[in-house]
Design a protein around this ligand. Structure first.
Ligand SMILES: Nc1nc2c(c(=O)[nH]1)N[C@H]1C(S)=C(S)[C@@H](COP(=O)(O)O)O[C@H]1N2
Ligand SMILES: [Mo]
Length: 220
């Protein structure tokens, strides 16, 4: 092809390459440290495997006995068995895990019911400010209603397209991506809405009450 000045061009503009380089520029790709500081919270290191952490017991909950109770300061308390839970609107979400023991794991694909969906169904009462998750191993952890209402919170039954394994909290666990992983209760059996805060298992043992990894809220 030739332009008005009679200059002839050889080759073809590499649209795809330009587009991907533009994308890299936007993401700050190859800028040492920058992607880390954007995605890896301070003091964390990235792992590829998925460590298992618990109190030493891993409850086995058969699906035909499994139930999730949502009660306390809500207008419409609910108890879902496995079939009822499966019939609620399902979503998939991809999020990163940040554990207080300093490992982080990127891009975990969860399937389950969005916390926002549960809030819509049970309708927290005006006085509801906090939530305690109760698990089958006796574990509890507390969050604010606001933390639970985030768009990325999921009550998950699957990970990477497979049923969540028992060691990782199956049949169903909470996933709270914006907080250290101790807030993500495994083997959850009850979501209790409360008019006041009540520190959970680790929160009464020196862990931070909120646990924001970006602010390194590890211990209180
Ligand atoms: N029921 C229950 N949930 C729990 C725990 C637990 O001991 N019991 N440990 C918490 C902690 S400290 C972490 S780091 C994560 C670990 O989840 P994982 O074993 O799937 O990596 O689960 C959290 N949820
Ligand atoms: Mo943890």
């Amino acid at each position: 092809m030739a332009d008005d000045d009679g200059v002839t061009m050889f080759g073809r503009i590499k649209d795809k390459l330009i587009a991907s380089k533009q994308q890299w520029a936007k993401q700050g790709r190859l800028l040492t440290g920058r992607p880390n500081s954007e995605r890896l919270p301070p003091g964390q290191r990235l792992v590829r495997d998925w460590p298992v952490l618990d109190l030493g017991v891993q409850p086995h909950v058969p699906l035909d006995l499994w139930k999730l109770t949502v009660d306390g300061a809500v207008e419409s308390p609910a108890v879902w068995d496995w079939n009822a839970f499966a019939e609620l609107p399902q979503v998939e979400m991809v999020s990163d895990i940040h554990c207080v023991t300093q490992w982080s794991r990127y891009d975990n694909r969860w399937a389950g019911v969005a916390a926002t969906q549960i809030l819509e169904l049970v309708q927290p009462k005006p006085e509801a400010t906090h939530i305690v998750f109760h698990a089958h191993d006796g574990y509890t952890t507390n969050v604010t209603l606001e933390m639970f209402a985030a768009a990325d919170v999921i009550v998950a039954h699957s990970w990477e397209g497979e049923p969540l394994s028992r060691e990782h909290g199956g049949p169903v666990r909470i996933v709270m991506p914006q907080f250290y992983f101790w807030k993500s209760a495994k083997w959850v059996r009850r979501i209790e809405f409360r008019a006041a805060d009540k520190p959970g298992f680790w929160e009464v043992r020196g862990y931070h009450n909120e646990g924001d990894p970006w602010q390194e809220q590890r211990y209180s």
